[in-house]
Design a binder for this molecule. Structure first.
Ligand SMILES: Cc1ncc(COP(=O)(O)O)c(C=O)c1O
Length: 394
């Protein structure tokens, strides 16, 4: 008998719904993709140049496991200046391979078997599988459009149980674009504090918040001692391919995460760390320009969606819109597949982010303004055609 060597835990894991869908896109010509979750901008030149220069100067070695001392100091200064946060560069900050590694390390460092972690759905695709691989028991909290896809104190209270050890919180959120005001976060924090629940806070889109200032969870009263704050350079600085992120948290948790990181990763590549240094201390103008452009696109996308009859709450951050396609009578999968085949526009079925995503699609506006315009004309055409078909049948 041909017995698979692959462990049960991995065999049972579903492949990412985004990947499955985008395998369809491969090989198709003239497709406008509103599917990818990464900036359409190239990393600003001054950052690329500093990396090239560091190679010319011979910076090609390992760094400290925790990451370059200089980079950790810059992060500490940046967080202090921007958010008033105090993290010790030596003991409370770890440089990771993107937020992705930070998520994995944080969960592996804190879970014992049976520990439950709350995950708000729809969510970024990796949370559930990574939590399960780390030995935790993910408990999914369904959020609905009627609540603006927001976690409210009532919903949170209802979902806390005796085994709840942590919550994985992401804002601005991929895929809904939802974010939270300081007041909203404060109300959630009070409940989490009462139950002694830890927060793994994925704030990778922090600076891409459009309607109010971003509040890091660890700035809330009493929250810093129970929060692992994750952030990185991928989105805000258009540096997805460099793979640099950072984790900040209490000493013992960062030390535990560092232990795993030192055996599995050693350190983030030095060239990428050099580039990240420049991102933090170099000119802010290119970063501000990208943010302004996302904001302009956000307004365009929301207006266009409402104009063509796909209702959408206003995303407050990141670069995603999550409109309802329920009125079309199609499932998310059918809508996305037909739109791709008939109009060559690729977007992601909401179900890629959990069953709560049925009836929705994710549109990424990390795409040039002119392509966005063209894509929306095609979607409008598609909807008109679909409407005519429904009429002629009925
Ligand atoms: C919410 C969220 N967290 C983490 C990541 C991964 O980020 P990184 O490139 O820093 O690993 C992504 C990427 O799409 C994301 O959307």
């Amino acid at each position: 008998m041909n017995k698979s060597i692959v462990s049960h835990k991995v065999r049972d894991m579903q492949p990412s719904g985004i990947r499955v869908f985008f395998d369809l896109v491969l090989g198709m010509k003239d497709v406008i993709s509103l599917g990818v979750g990464e900036p359409d901008f190239v990393t600003p030149w001054h950052i690329r140049e500093s990396a090239i220069y560091s190679i010319e100067e011979g910076y090609t070695s390992y760094t400290s496991n925790k990451g370059l001392v200089k980079l950790r100091a810059y992060i500490a200064n940046f967080l202090k200046k921007k958010y008033g946060l105090d993290y010790d560069a030596d003991e409370e900050i770890l440089i990771t391979v993107g937020v992705s590694e930070g998520l994995d390390l944080a969960m592996r460092a804190i879970f014992d078997p049976g520990d439950e972690i709350l995950i708000c759905m729809p969510s970024y695709v990796s949370y559930g599988p990574v939590a399960a691989l780390a030995g935790g028991s993910p408990k999914f909290i369904s959020l609905a459009q009627k609540d603006g896809f927001k976690l409210t104190p009532e919903i949170l209270n209802r979902n806390i149980g005796p085994r709840t050890k942590a919550i994985l919180f992401n804002y601005p959120c991929n895929p809904t674009g939802v974010s939270y005001t300081k007041k909203e976060l404060g109300a959630l924090n009070k409940i989490l504090e009462k139950h002694g629940i830890w927060i793994i806070s994925d704030e990778v889109y922090d600076e891409l918040t459009y309607d109010f200032d971003h509040t890091p969870f660890s700035t809330l009263a009493g929250a810093k001692e129970r929060t692992v704050y994750l952030n990185g350079f991928s989105k805000v600085y258009a540096m997805t391919g460099w793979r640099v992120g950072f984790a900040c948290g209490p000493k013992d948790v960062i030390a535990a995460m560092t232990k795993i990181h030192q055996y599995t990763i050693m350190c983030v590549p030095i060239t990428s760390q050099m580039a990240a240094c420049e991102a933090l201390v170099g000119p802010r103008k290119p970063i501000e320009e990208m943010k302004r452009e996302y904001h302009r696109r956000r307004d365009f996308v929301v207006d266009r969606l409402n104009e063509i009859g796909l209702p959408c709450h206003k995303p407050q951050g990141a670069f995603y819109a999550f409109p309802s396609i329920k009125k079309t009578g199609m499932s998310s999968g059918d809508f996305a597949t037909r739109l791709l085949k008939e109009k060559k526009v690729a977007l992601v079925p909401g179900t890629a982010f959990g069953p709560e995503g049925e009836g929705y699609v994710r549109i990424s506006y990390a795409t040039s303004f002119s392509l966005l315009k063209e894509a929306f004309d095609r979607i409008e055409d598609f909807l008109k055609k679909k409407h005519l078909q429904t009429k002629s049948r009925g």
